[in-house]
Design a protein around this ligand. Structure first.
Ligand SMILES: [Fe+2]
Length: 160
């Protein structure tokens, strides 16, 4: 495979860290829901956190296939929030911003006529549709009630 264009490479390296940030954000949600006794929400967030680590590895692996080495990506820590509605809003904002990241990678890859990275970004953008949709549903359940157990029951019905 040809060498990556500089812009595409820089965006992909940044994305390794962004996917780790996504994982940390789901971990933050996981802990907050654990403390609140929301076991279904906790379980769901834990699975999503693992999913995001997998995304980061996938991008890392792709970079390696293209002959690039990521030394150590910069990863910011998520802001800690409490309460199901605020957590859900944070997760929705996260998924929307990660969608923007992949959109930018797709556009850069297209401009560089890099078909491989275009395919990679399309696969990630497809997954983002599900990620945004799930976060919207969680926000809908959280906003519908002030009873954390009723919220958790909804989470169990939807994702359990
Ligand atoms: Fe992701």
């Amino acid at each position: 495979m040809p060498k990556l264009n500089d812009t595409v490479r820089d965006l992909l390296i940044r994305q390794v860290g962004r996917e780790m940030f996504a994982s940390l954000t789901y971990r933050m949600a996981k802990s907050a829901w654990y403390e609140a006794g929301c076991t279904a929400a906790h379980r769901w967030a834990r699975e999503e956190a693992e999913h995001e680590v997998h995304h980061s590895r996938k991008v890392d692996k792709y970079l390696a296939q293209r002959g690039e080495v990521v030394a150590c990506p910069t990863v910011e820590g998520p802001k800690v929030v409490r309460g199901a509605t605020d957590i859900a809003k944070t997760l929705l904002a996260l998924e929307e911003s990660v969608t923007d990241d992949w959109q930018a990678i797709h556009e850069a890859a297209e401009a560089a006529h890099d078909g491989e990275t275009c395919s990679l970004s399309i696969r990630f953008l497809d997954e983002q549709v599900d990620g945004v949709d799930a976060a919207r549903r969680v926000l809908r359940f959280a906003s519908a009630t002030t009873d954390s157990m009723a919220f958790d029951q909804q989470m169990e019905n939807e994702f359990g």
